[in-house]
Design a protein around this ligand. Structure first.
Ligand code: MBD
Ligand code: FE
Length: 311
């Protein structure tokens, strides 16, 4: 069967009407985007001869996606969030704003409101017997390589089960466990004392994993640590580091791994003097180079729904 109705006047009129394209009511951009996305969907239905059963499977899937609260997780898993990075990377190259530490996706698990400390923060609030101590430290510099004072470095990561506080299905973590923020001093340095994370896996019965199963894909990420770095004089950086040696390094379901974001993990001693739970610990040095503002403006501030909590 190859029914082709997309190009008919009736269908084109239907699309124009459904998006209210020729009206001045509502939001112009919403009408434009709706018309385009709906047109692309209708065209795909014709081209692939999608059946009513397939369409209703998809419609009902959206209901489950919403019930599960996983739309942003699916956006990461389908590469949509990575695609936005690819576009921002290209825009930066065109504007000659490349050269800083590479961005990579934020993901859906940030929580605003972590207490801001000076230079150093110990962020493992809850005990975790399976996780060894980890120090992540570095220097924030500007495009010229000079240290940036007053930058705020935020980080967040999972525990030894791959669970993030605030989103932990076991409900056993404190609000800001493994989430922190430090303000740099004149030397531009920051340091987080924490515990080694383990890679995240999508909720096994959620809508995201359901689609990934249908695609024959897994829903796992290699172990990683997220960062926001902000400074009055620079553009915000959203990035992550991966923990070297993770077998999923180049098999991340969210496509966030970048060669420049896999710092060495070094074995150290002297942890007890730092307040770590054992003397032996692991250290990662991750220096961050920020990029300049554009005519005084930070064009890297992304508005998206984020969780927040009070410290
Ligand atoms: C994560 O921890 C994450 O970083 C992303 C992008 C998606 C799901 C879980
Ligand atoms: Fe993450």
């Amino acid at each position: 069967m190859s029914i082709k109705v997309f190009a008919t006047q009736e269908v084109q009129d239907l699309l124009t009407a459904a998006a209210n394209l020729n009206s001045d009511s509502g939001d112009k951009r919403a009408r434009q985007i709706t018309h385009r996305l709906l047109s692309d969907l209708f065209k795909a239905i014709d081209d692939l001869d999608m059946t009513p059963d397939e369409i209703w499977t998809g419609v009902n899937y959206f209901n489950k996606l919403g019930r599960d609260g996983e739309a942003a997780l699916l956006a990461a898993g389908l590469g949509l969030e990575k695609y936005l990075d690819i576009r921002m990377d290209a825009a930066d190259r065109q504007a000659r704003l490349d050269g800083g530490t590479p961005r990579t996706i934020e993901g859906p698990l940030y929580v605003a409101g972590a207490p801001v400390r000076d230079s150093v923060s110990k962020i493992d609030l809850d005990p975790d017997n399976e996780a060894g101590p980890l120090v992540i430290r570095g220097t924030v510099t500007g495009p010229d390589g000079e240290p940036v004072a007053g930058a705020v470095v935020e980080c967040w990561h999972a525990n030894s089960k791959g669970f993030y506080s605030h989103f932990d299905p076991t409900g056993t973590q404190s609000d800001f466990n493994l989430r922190g923020a430090v303000k740099t001093g004149t030397d531009g340095t920051y340091e987080f004392r924490t515990l080694m994370p383990v890679g995240y896996g999508c909720p096994p019965h959620g809508a995201t994993q359901q689609l990934l199963d249908a695609l024959g894909r897994h829903g796992n990420r290699p172990a990683h640590v997220h960062f926001f770095v902000t400074s009055d004089q620079h553009r915000k950086l959203t990035t992550q580091i991966n923990i070297a040696g993770d077998p999923l390094m180049w098999d991340d379901f969210a496509y966030a791994t970048r060669e420049e974001l896999i710092p060495h993990v070094v074995e150290k001693t002297g942890g007890e003097a730092l307040g770590l739970k054992t003397d032996a610990y692991k250290e990662i040095v991750f220096d961050v180079r920020l990029t300049p503002r554009v005519e005084g403006k930070d064009n890297q501030l992304v508005n998206r729904l984020r969780a927040s909590a009070a410290a």
